[in-house]
Design a protein around this ligand. Sequence first.
Ligand code: ADP
Length: 901
Amino acid sequence: MDPALGPPEEMAEKRDELTPMMAQYHDLCERYDDALVLFQVGDFYETFCGAAERTARLLEVTLTSREDSTGEYPMTGIPIDNAESYIEELLEAGYRVAVADQVEEPGESSGVVERAVTRVITPGTLTEDELLAGDDNNFVAAVARDGEELALALLDVSTGDFLATSSTSSEAIADEVSRFDPAEAVVGPDAPMDVFPDDCMETPFDEAVFERERAAETVSAYFRNPDALLASDAEVRACGALLEYAEYARGSESEAEAEADDENENDRLEYITHLTRYDPREYLLLDAVALRSLELFEPRAVHGRDDATLVGVLDETSSALGGRKLRDWIRRPLLEPDRIEARLDAVEELQSAVREREALQELLKDVYDLERLIGRISRERANARDLRSLRDTLAVVPDVREQLEDADCDRLQRLHADLDPLADVRELIEDSIVEDPPIEITEGGIIAEGYDENLDDLRQTARDGKQWIDDLEERERERTGIDSLKVGYNSVHGYYIEVTNPNLDSVPGDYQRRQTLKNSERFVTPELKEREDEIVGAEERADELEYELFREVRKTIADEVERVQDLADALATVDALVSLATVAAQYDYCRPALLERSDGVEIDIEGGRHPVVERTQESFVPNDAQFADGRRLAVITGPNMSGKSTYMRQVAQIVLLAQVGSFVPAKSARLTPVDRIFTRVGASDDIAGGRSTFMVEMDELATILREADGRSLVLLDEVGRGTSTADGLAIAQAMAEHIHDEIGATTLFATHHHPLTEVADELEDAFTLHFEVDQEDGEVVFHHEVAPGAATGSYGVEVATAAGVPEPVVERSRELVAEAGDEQSTDKSEPPAATTTDAAPTTADGGERTVDEQSAPSETVDLPSDVAAELRTLEVAHMTPVEALSELDRLKRLLEEERES
Ligand code: ADP
C-alpha cells in the first residue's frame, strides 16, 4: 500500500482530539484505506498530510496547509469543477480514488456537514463519460479458483456488459484476458496473478467475497437461476466477487448507507441484467501474440499510423454503441458457419441497398450511448439532460425501423422486430421534462408545464406575485405622484421601492425605510413583503417538488432498463452491420464463401489484399493463396522487404475477417473457418519482461507446437533468427517437419533459410512460394508478387543501397559477396547449412551435401574422418542451443587431440 494512503499518522495519533471535520476525514481514510480520499470542502476536493504532498507533486498544484486548534496539516485542493482531469491523472499514476462528497447542505444540520464516499473511482470501474473511451468497453476482471477449475469474470460497470468463462488451463484464461484487455483485476485466493499483463491494475479485495456460499448469494440477487447460467463453482465465485466489487466501487448516497452496506445489505446495480457465459472454444482463439501481430487493435510501428489497425479499417460506425459492438465482434470471431452466414447475409443486403444503408448511417449519428445512459439512470446519476438525450435517441428509432421495413434476410428482419421505439418511455420524457433543461437537478426549471397540477399551481402563484410586482411601479407612481419612483430587487433586501431624495416628502405613510443610499431611499410596504414571501415560498416548494418529480420519472425509466438495453443492443448491431457493409462497398471487398468443415482446412483466396497495408499506401499488389489437402504448408522465400510477412498476415486477416462476418479484401475467397490462429511473426522483443528475443521466440514456438492442431492456421516468420545460422535452420526445419507430420495445421512459413525450400520438396503436403525482385540499373525493384517455387537470391546488398547505406560500404559488400561466390561452389546467397543424417538437405544436383563440401575455409577440407563422422550423426534439430554449444566444444577438443596424435 502507498504510504500516503490510509489515515495520516499525525491524525491517527490524536484521533479523539481532532476537530469534527478532520475526524471525519480520518475515518473515511481508514474505511477506504486502499484509496486516495478526495474530501469535499465547499468548491474543492481536499487532501491532507502525506496524501496532500503526493497529490500536489503529482498534479502540480499548490501545497498549502490548514491550521486548527489541534495542529497544522499540509493540504492540497483541486477544484470540483474540473476534478475529472485531475482524477484521470491520479488513476494513471496508479491510484484508486474515493470521492467523499458533502451529502447535505451546509447548515442543514447543526454539527459538521455529513460526507460520504459517493464513488470509488478505479481504472476498471469508471462510469464517467469524460474518463472513458466512447467506442470501447472498459472491463474490470475477477479470477477465481475452485479445485482444478479457473474462472474469469468480466464486467463493464459503465454499460453493464457482464461475461464469464472458465477453463482448467491458466494459459486459456490468459488468452481470454488478452482478448478483453481489462483495466483492473480482482484476484481470488489461490488464483494465478500472472494471467494479467503488467498494465492491468491488480486490486486487493476482501477474500471473503470469493467464498462459494457468499458468491452464490450475490449472484442470485441478480440472476434468477445462477446454477443454470454458470458452468462451474469457479465461475460463481468469480462473478459473485466481481459484483460485490462493483457494488463497493459504486459508493453510497450517505454514510449511513455505507455502514448498512458493510452489513451486506442489498445494494444491487439494477442495470446488470445480462450475464453471458461462454466457452472459449466457441470463438476463434487469438492469444496476445496473435492479437498484436495481426494488428487487431494496436497498430504496428511500421505503418506509422495510429489508425493502421484492423478495427481502424473496419470502423465506419456512427455511434459509440456500434463502435463497441464491432470491437466485440473483432475480439471474438465466430466458428459456427450459421452464425457467420447470418451476419454475411445482412452485410450483403446492406451493401447493395445503398440508399437505406446511407440513410441508416446518418440516422445512427443521432443515437446516444444508450447503454451508459441507462446505467446512469439506474445508478441515479442521470440528470434531466440525460433523459432528453434518451428521448432524442428514441425519436430516431421509428426511422431506423423504417429503413429495415423491407429487409429480406433473417438477421435484419429480426433486428427490425427488436427495434422497440419504447413509445411509453419517450412519451413520459416528452410530457415531463422541458426541452432544454439545465444540468442541475435541484434548482428547478426541469419539469414541463402541464405535467403536475401542484407544480403548475405553485408556478402560477409565483407568476401572479411577480406580475403584481411588475405592475406595482405604475400603481405607486400614480398613487404618490412621484414619476421617478422605481421598483427593484436585490439579493440581500429583496424587492424595494426606490424614491430619490427630492421626492421624499411625497412618500406615503405605509412605506417602511429599508436602506439609505446617497441620492435616494429604499422602502418596502407590508403588502409588498407579503407578496414577496409568497413568491419565494412558492418557488422553493416548486424546486423541491420538481426534484421529487424528476426522481420519480427517472425511477420509472430505470424500471425499463432491460427494454432499453435490448434496444441498445439492436441499434448497436445495426450500426456494426452497416459499418461492415459500408467498408465492403467502399473498398471493394467480396463476400467469402464458407466451406464445410470436413477434416482439414481449405483456403482459396484469389486476389487477396492486406486490409491495413492497402490503406496506408498508394497501390497494392493483390495475391492469391491456396491451401487444401496436399498443400498444407507453404515455405515462402524472398528477399527482405519483398512482401512475405504482408502476404502471410493478409491470409490470416482475411480468414479472421470472414469469421467476424465481414466481407474480405479479395476478388474471391472460399475458406473453412479455423479454430485458432497462431503467429510467430517478427522479433517481438520482450525486454521489459527480461527475456531475450530468442527466448520469446522459443516460448511462442513451444506454445504453437503444444496447442496447434489440424484446424489451426499458423504463421511463422523467420523462425530461429535469434541464434546461429546452423541452429536457426535446424530449428526451422524441425518445426516445419513436426507441424507437417504431427500437427497438420495449415501453415505459412516465411524463411531466409533457403535449404528449407528443399525440405518442402520432400514433405508431401508442403509447397514453396517466393517473392521475386528484379535489379534494374543497380536498383532493386520489388514486385510484391507471390509465385510458386523458391527465390533465387537475397538481394540483401541491393536493399541496403535502397535503404541509403553509404556507397563505400555497399561497394565493399559487393566485393565480399563476389569473393564468397568464387570460393563457394554452392548457391552464393546461401548460408552454410547444417546437416542431419535423417533429413539431409540436398544440393542442386540432387546429391547429398556434406559438411566437407560446403564449409568455405580451405582448412576444413582435411577434417579428420572421426570428427566428420561425428558431425554427420549429430541430430541438430533435436538439440537445444546449449547442447549444441557443448557439443561444438567437445568436437573442437576432439579435433585438437587428433591433430596432436
Ligand atoms: P518482408 O516480410 O518480405 O520483409 P514485408 O511484407 O514486410 O516484407 O513488406 C515490406 C513492404 O512492402 C511493406 O511494408 C509494404 O509497404 C510493401 N508491400 C508488401 N506487400 C505488398 C503488396 N502486395 N503490394 C504493395 N506493397 C506491398
